[in-house]
Design a protein around this ligand. Structure first.
Ligand code: ZN
Length: 210
């Protein structure tokens, strides 16, 4: 089946800052948090720039991780939506779904929708949700042209930083696909997601101070 490539106009539309004029914050400042949580929810050094775009409050569970639930894995997703459409889903209180982060295909822009201390609803498995950071990637499982160099690189920097912050080994057993979650009925990120490349990029990232 022929798969149409995104038109150039669409690609340029997806450049950073195109996402509804959201506030752009540097590392260490992207998740507004109560003062007492500062320093635990964010790490200043080495964290890739992220952009705070809060999900609807009814689409995740407020928690106090890693105090009340350990964080010991990262779940990799592919949206099956455009970034803006997935963003609107996270912001729709009726959808009951969210992820901590979403990475844009065209430029590696990272939106953060749920604070890491809170439990995003992405894995389709409550136990896994409580212990995971969920990262969405803009694209479709059968359209590998969405898995761009910059998407892999940006996501790998994020995953490496998350792993270091919570002491998660940067290994394939701790960085897993949604399709590998027990009970999950989703197929993402799919066989076209280049796990070897991704793990190489993740492990090549410099260590981030916790
Ligand atoms: Zn998924």
């Amino acid at each position: 089946m022929a798969v149409p490539r995104p038109a150039p106009s669409r690609r340029s539309l997806l450049r950073s800052g195109a996402y509804l004029g959201v506030t752009v914050l540097g590392p260490g400042a992207s998740a507004p948090a109560p003062a007492r949580a500062e320093g635990r929810d964010r790490t200043a050094a080495g964290y890739p720039p992220t952009h705070w775009i809060p999900a609807a409050a009814s689409n995740y569970t407020v928690a106090d991780r890693p105090t009340d639930h350990r964080i010991d894995r990262v779940v990799i997703h592919v949206t099956q939506e455009t970034f803006p459409d997935a963003m609107r889903i996270f912001q729709n209180p009726a959808k009951k779904v969210s992820a901590h982060y979403m990475v844009a295909s065209a430029d590696g822009y990272i939106g953060q929708f749920v604070r890491e201390k809170d439990i995003a609803w992405h894995a389709g498995n409550w136990d896994w949700n409580t212990r995971a950071i969920g990262i969405e990637h803009e694209g479709w499982v059968d359209r590998p042209e969405y898995f761009t160099d910059v998407l892999y690189a940006s996501s790998a920097a994020l995953t490496a930083a998350v792993c270091d912050r919570y002491g998660i080994p940067r290994t394939r057993s701790r960085i897993v696909g949604h399709s590998e979650v027990p009970g999950a009925n989703h197929s993402d990120p799919g066989p076209l997601w280049d796990w070897d490349r991704y793990l190489r990029l993740v492990t090549a990232q410099p260590s981030v101070r916790r």
